[in-house]
Design a protein around this ligand. Structure first.
Ligand SMILES: C[S@@+](CC[C@H](N)C(=O)[O-])C[C@H]1O[C@@H](n2cnc3c(N)ncnc32)[C@H](O)[C@@H]1O
Length: 307
C-alpha cells in the first residue's frame, strides 16, 4: 500500500483516540430525535467514513456528505461506498460560501471534519481573512441559521515554511494580540526568535483563539476540546495539527439588541480563549513509541482536555 498521509499509523491513531472518543461523547449528549449527520473531506479511500460507519456505528452512510475537490478521489469513494453516500465535488471555499446556495439545504451537520492537507495560513492573495478561516466562518453561519450545536474537527499542516509571507501577517497579529490581552506570550516569543520547530505550538495557541472568536460572534459558546500533533510516518515536512471544538448555541432572546448580545458573548469568548491556552497538545508520535526494546506500542487513553 502506498505510504499516503491518510493511511499512516499516526492518522489511524487520530481516528481511534482523538476523533472517536470526542464523537461518542458528543453523540451521547445529542438530542436523540435529531439525525446525527457528518460533513467530511474523505480523501480517496474514505478511511474516516469506513471507521465511523463499519467499525463503529457512529453514523449511517446516508447521513454523511463529502466535499471533495479532487475528481479522482471523488470517483474512487463513489465506487467504494455506492450511491447512498452523498458526494459533492468542489472546493470547500466555494461550496461553503454564501453564493453556493445549493449547499444550504444540506445543513445542519452534527459533526464537521475539515481534514485539510496543506497549511492554514498559505494565502494565495492579499485578503481580509485566510481562505480556510473563511470556510470555517461560512460553516458556522450556516449552522447558526439552524440554531444547531456541532463538533468541529480541524487538521492542517504546520511544518516549518508551509505558510507564506501573506499568511504570516495574520499569525503575527494574533500572537501580538493574545500576548497583550492575556499575557500568553509563548507564541509571540517563538515567532520573534524564529524558532521554526515550534510552529505547531504557535498555531495550537492562535487558531483556537480565532475559531472561538468566530463562534462567539455567531452566538455559539465555543470550546477547544483537544489538540494533537502528528507526523505521518515520522516525516517532519508534513507535521499535522489536529484540533477539536464543541459549539453550543446560546440562543439569545429576540428582545435583546445586537449590542447587548455581543457584549455578553465578549465575556464568553475571553473565558474560552483563556481556557484554550491550557489544553494540552498530545504528541502522537511520542505516544506511539515502543515502551521498551521490542515491547508493545503504548495505547494509552487520551487525557481529558484541561478546561
Ligand atoms: C487528508 S484527506 C482526508 C482523509 C480522511 N478524513 C481520513 O480520515 O482518511 C483530505 C482530502 O480532502 C480534500 N481536500 C483538501 N482540501 C480541500 C478543500 N479545500 N476543498 C475540498 N476538498 C479538499 C483532498 O483532496 C483530500 O482528498
Amino acid at each position: 500500500m502506498a505510504r499516503e498521509l491518510f493511511n499512516s499509523p499516526e492518522k489511524k491513531w487520530i481516528r481511534e483516540h482523538f476523533w472517536l472518543p470526542r464523537l461518542l461523547d458528543f453523540k451521547a449528549r445529542f438530542p436523540p430525535d435529531i439525525r446525527f449527520r457528518y460533513l467530511t473531506f474523505a480523501g480517496p479511500e474514505g478511511r474516516d467514513i469506513e471507521f465511523f460507519t463499519q467499525e463503529h456505528s457512529v453514523f449511517a452512510i446516508g447521513d454523511i456528505r463529502v466535499w471533495e475537490r479532487s475528481t479522482r478521489s471523488a470517483s474512487l469513494i463513489r465506487q467504494k461506498f455506492g450511491l447512498e453516500l452523498q458526494i459533492k465535488e468542489g472546493e470547500a471555499f466555494t461550496l461553503s460560501s454564501s453564493v453556493a446556495e445549493q449547499q444550504a439545504p444540506f445543513f445542519p451537520y452534527s459533526v464537521v471534519n475539515l481534514d485539510f492537507t496543506d497549511g492554514f495560513f498559505n494565502v494565495r492573495a492579499r485578503r481580509a481573512e485566510p481562505h480556510k478561516f473563511e470556510i470555517i466562518e461560512n460553516i458556522i453561519r450556516c449552522q447558526q441559521k439552524h440554531a444547531s450545536g456541532f463538533l468541529l474537527l480541524l487538521a492542517f499542516n504546520v511544518a516549518p515554511d508551509v505558510d507564506n509571507a501573506e499568511g504570516q501577517v495574520f499569525v503575527h497579529k494574533m500572537a501580538l494580540d493574545i500576548a497583550t490581552r492575556y499575557g500568553a506570550t509563548k507564541a509571540l516569543f517563538n515567532l520573534t526568535r524564529g524558532a521554526k520547530q515550534n510552529y505547531p505550538d504557535v498555531l495550537g495557541d492562535l487558531v483556537p483563539a480565532a475559531v472561538i472568536r468566530a463562534g462567539g460572534e455567531h452566538s455559539f459558546d465555543t470550546q477547544c476540546t483537544g489538540k494533537a500533533v502528528y507526523r505521518p510516518y515520522g516525516r517532519r515536512r508534513s507535521t499535522m495539527l489536529c484540533l477539536s471544538f464543541e459549539f453550543q448555541y446560546d440562543n439569545p432572546p429576540l428582545s435583546q439588541s445586537r449590542h447587548f448580545v455581543s457584549q455578553r458573548m465578549e465575556e464568553v469568548i475571553a473565558k474560552r480563549q483563556a481556557e484554550s491556552f491550557k489544553v494540552v497538545v498530545t504528541q502522537v508520535n511520542e505516544r506511539r513509541k515502543p515502551v521498551g526494546k521490542g515491547g508493545p506500542k503504548r495505547a494509552r487513553e487520551v487525557p481529558k482536555a484541561v478546561l
